[in-house]
Design a protein around this ligand. Structure first.
Ligand code: GDP
Ligand code: MG
Length: 354
């Protein structure tokens, strides 16, 4: 798979060396975590990361640790939020709309001698059997068979058929961590114990991690938990690299995020964004993009009254692209109707899906 390759196109680099807060936990979370873990699972001690050394990012090759971690789960459980938090920068778009992530996104973070290579996957699609969803599902299956560790993300206290479909894809031979996300939404924590016992019967999870992807301390703790599953081997990427995706790809993703965020639920998730032009002239980027929708009615929703909606999508995307690239961005967006493309396998391929 592509994540095993050393080269990358125009990787985003960490703007500055980031410092990592200590790995300690709040007393309350610590107690509940310890209680649940002790009662139900046997687990090894997490290895804390010492990144206090000034030359933390240049560990000798012989001491380097590096591995792939797949983040899997049904749509909307918080996988992209988690990946962005782990990487320390937004590289995977998120929204309340399920099915936002369409491509496999790789994000890296190097701490002390260890390089964590995270693979975010689209949620496994169960509702629609069209060509786009069949393609998304192949991406998930491809991602889980070739990694050192699987992080299976669910919403704490919940498990339904969609979760079960994803769980059924996990190979027995690769260690899997059960990550019970959105723990902040659980008010009676004692109720988690019977749920956890059920979860253990469903799969031989190596560990159980109750947490919130939007809590920085939880995220830092996760590095220590994952580290011991990664093999001693040289890093695959530079210490400062954050993603193997190109700037061009990021531009399409950012526009797609604004599109989903600024249009209501009426706009089908099948709408997509193509980059027709991406030119760099010094500090200026000239980008032309096309939003492709299935029906004329959808076109109207995106353009809005007097073009207001499309203007806002463009402005918000441009601001974010300027922040990301550190330069000026000239962005032009078109909307085109191509009916039925989500049901046409050949056309899905020409749009860049695997
Ligand atoms: P994905 O489809 O699995 O990639 O999910 P996203 O990362 O796009 O997140 C779906 C929604 O859940 C977004 O609205 C996130 O803000 C929200 N979310 C993610 N993690 C948490 C969490 O720990 N707690 C709460 N309350 N919301 C979260
Ligand atoms: Mg996602």
């Amino acid at each position: 798979m592509s994540t095993g390759k050393k080269e990358s196109k125009t990787p985003l680099k960490a703007a500055a060396k980031r410092s990592t807060p200590p790995l300690d936990q709040g007393p309350e979370q610590d107690a509940i975590g310890a209680m649940l873990t002790q009662a139900l699972l046997s687990r090894g001690a997490a290895v804390p990361i010492d990144n206090t050394a000034p030359d933390a990012n240049i560990a000798p090759v012989g001491e380097q640790r590096c591995g792939l971690i797949a983040i899997v789960g049904k749509p909307n459980v918080g996988k992209s939020t988690l990946l962005n938090a782990l990487v320390g920068q937004k590289i995977s778009i998120t929204s309340r709309k399920a099915q936002t992530t369409r491509h496999r996104i790789t994000g890296m973070r190097t701490l002390a001698a260890t390089q964590f290579v995270f693979v975010d996957t689209p949620g496994f699609q169960t509702r629609h059997g069209n060509a786009l969803n069949r393609s998304l599902n192949r991406t998930v299956v491809g991602a889980v068979n070739d990694v050192d560790l699987i992080v299976f993300v669910v919403e704490a206290g919940q498990f339904n058929q969609a979760d079960a479909r994803v769980l059924s894809l996990l190979p027995e031979k690769i260690p899997a961590i059960l990550l019970a996300n959105k723990f902040d939404l659980i008010h009676r924590r004692a109720e988690i114990a019977p749920w956890l016992k059920e979860m253990q019967e469903r799969h031989n999870f190596a560990e159980f991690v109750p947490m919130s992807a939007n809590n920085a301390r939880d995220v830092e703790r996760l590095f220590g938990i994952c580290e011991k599953y990664l093999p001693m081997q040289p890093w695959m990427y530079g210490a400062e690299e954050l993603t193997d995706r190109s700037d061009r790809f990021m531009a399409a993703e950012i526009i797609r995020e604004k599109l989903f965020r600024l249009t209501g639920d009426e706009l089908p998730y099948t709408s997509t964004v193509l980059i027709d032009q991406y030119e760099e002239e010094g500090n200026l980027r000239k980008i032309a993009a096309t939003i492709v929708v299935e029906r004329d009615g959808h076109k109207g929703m995106i353009i809005g009254e007097k073009g207001e909606k499309l203007k806002r999508i463009g402005t918000e995307a441009r601001h974010e692209l300027e922040a990301l690239t550190g330069g000026k961005v000239f962005l032009e967006i078109w909307v085109k109707v191509r009916s039925g493309w989500a049901d046409d396998e050949a056309r899905v391929k020409t749009f860049g899906y695997e």
